[in-house]
Design a protein around this ligand. Structure first.
Ligand SMILES: *Cc1c(COP(=O)(O)O)cnc(C)c1O
Length: 456
């Protein structure tokens, strides 16, 4: 009998996260304080984020030990399997071998608890009692709600109002795990009240929700911090458990991936699967291709520009060096909510600038078609975000067939789509469209944002 799943035992789990900054030929430039235009101090960051997380944000140490309590909680669902997608290979009639790492097995259904748990842990250890965050589609909010339960932290989640209405089950997940979910814009913050005064019917967006969460964390007092589920260096760091496990599992399979693929929002699941493989490229001269897949409607890596930009629409966060479409960019309402972010984290941006990783943009309909092919062959309904990685795995497998070459593909299944069936319903009904952008639309969004950055 051939092996379908490669499983590690708990004792084979990684005990350290990998910090790729240690091995980067060019380190990412530091974030800037928007008030002074100078690199932001750790102290200023510590008022917003937990201390240890800020330390990790600036760390250049190659490995950072995973606290024992975090390892214990990871064991609730980790290690996650690497699965050989025999049925998908057969459906594609390809000579390529396709493997996927299944991060959809966590209690919240995505890779996000890998960082939510350490973030809750470090904040609790520091004596923090309350956390505030925002969520778009609800995946990050539910991961954080889950994590806060374990450490008796009170969590307030600003959830984009229109998502609250479209995704009631994610809100209920958060409620079930004890979080207080506030539809954003709300009257609990000045940022929210200002928006509502101008437009009482405003459906909200991630930028406003970030502004509300940051304001609420700062206003609440010394025992409150803010937390974020992507983009930041410490978030990418925590996700490297994915790739560290996958490296060992590919060894078990006796296979070597030629290409490693992850979908790309702010970079956390992509970094999670990709960075440990990149370590071998950077330190052992290996040549594994590592590919980020973004939606055609939000193509920051493939069509954005590299400059210092804000992390949020309102322009409240530090400015970060990133490939960005500009913080004023408003992506169309595609269903991969987790990929609708205007910029790429600064580590990934630097790696891309240096030609150490690849990026591809794919249209929405192709991603859903790939998702359905996967659901019907491997039996798992993928999250709409993850279907982007699947689409490029499919392209790679088809190319292997055309060229008649052997190839080994590994992709990250960042989440399952059980709470995203609404998106599939829209797809079945033929209501989804591709959302390609003209050069002019992109140029304008970038110019508007640069103007705002320069006139701050
Ligand atoms: C949030 C999310 C993403 C996108 O975020 P990254 O930080 O780019 O990984 C991708 N897939 C799923 C399932 C998500 O929940």
């Amino acid at each position: 009998m051939r092996t379908k799943k490669y499983m590690l035992s708990e004792s084979q789990m990684p005990t350290a996260w990998y910090n790729i900054v240690a091995d980067m030929p060019n380190k990412p430039q530091p974030p800037l304080d928007p008030k002074t235009g100078k690199p932001i101090t750790e102290e200023a960051m510590c008022r917003i984020f937990g201390e240890e997380l800020v330390r990790q944000e600036f760390s250049t140490e190659r490995y950072i030990e995973i606290p024992e309590q975090v390892q214990e909680l990871y064991k609730i669902w980790r290690p996650t399997p690497v699965v050989r997608a025999y049925n998908l290979e057969r459906a594609l009639d390809t000579p390529a071998k396709i493997y996927f790492k299944n991060e959809g097995t966590s209690p919240a259904g995505s890779h996000k608890p890998n960082t939510a748990i350490p973030q809750a842990y470090y904040n609790a250890k520091q004596g923090i009692k309350y956390l505030a965050t925002e969520t778009g589609g609800g995946q990050w909010g539910s991961a954080m709600a889950l994590a806060c339960q374990y450490f008796n932290l009170d969590l307030r989640v600003y959830m984009v109002k229109v998502s609250c209405q479209q995704k009631p089950y994610r809100k209920l997940l958060m409620n079930a795990w004890g979080a207080n979910v506030i539809p954003s814009p709300s009257d609990t913050t000045k940022a929210g009240r200002d928006v509502l005064a101008a437009d009482p019917e405003c459906a909200g967006n991630l930028g406003i929700a970030i502004s509300e969460a940051v304001e609420s964390a700062l206003a609440h007092g010394e025992d409150t911090r803010y937390c974020l589920g992507s983009v930041m260096n410490h978030v990418l760091l925590h996700q490297t458990v994915i790739g560290e496990e996958a490296l060992r599992q590919m060894e078990m399979a006796g296979d070597e991936p030629d290409v490693v693929i992850g979908c790309f929002g702010g970079g956390s699941n992509f970094a999670g699967i990709g960075f440990p493989f990149l370590r071998r490229n950077l330190t052992e001269g290996k040549k594994t291709r590592v590919v980020a897949v973004e939606p055609e409607s939000c193509p920051k890596l493939t069509r954005g520009e590299f400059f210092y930009d804000y992390g949020d629409t309102a322009g409240m966060t530090p400015m970060m060096p990133m490939y960005t479409l500009g913080h004023k960019f408003q992506p169309t309402a595609i269903h991969a909510g987790g990929l609708r972010y205007h910029g790429a984290g600064s580590i990934v941006s630097q790696l891309y600038k240096d030609g150490l990783i690849e990026a591809v943009a794919v249209p929405q309909l192709e991603t859903f078609a790939a998702g359905m092919l996967f659901a019907n062959s491997e039996g798992i309904i993928p999250a709409p975000e993850s279907t982007h990685a699947i689409a490029v795995a499919v392209r790679e497998a088809q190319r292997a067939k055309e060229e008649g070459v052997q190839k080994t593909i590994l992709f990250n299944l960042s989440g399952n789509g059980m709470i995203d069936l609404y998106a599939y319903e829209q797809y079945f009904a033929g209501k989804l469209q591709d959302g390609s952008l003209s050069d002019e639309e992109i140029r304008q969004a970038i110019e508007n944002s640069k103007l705002r950055v320069n006139n701050r």
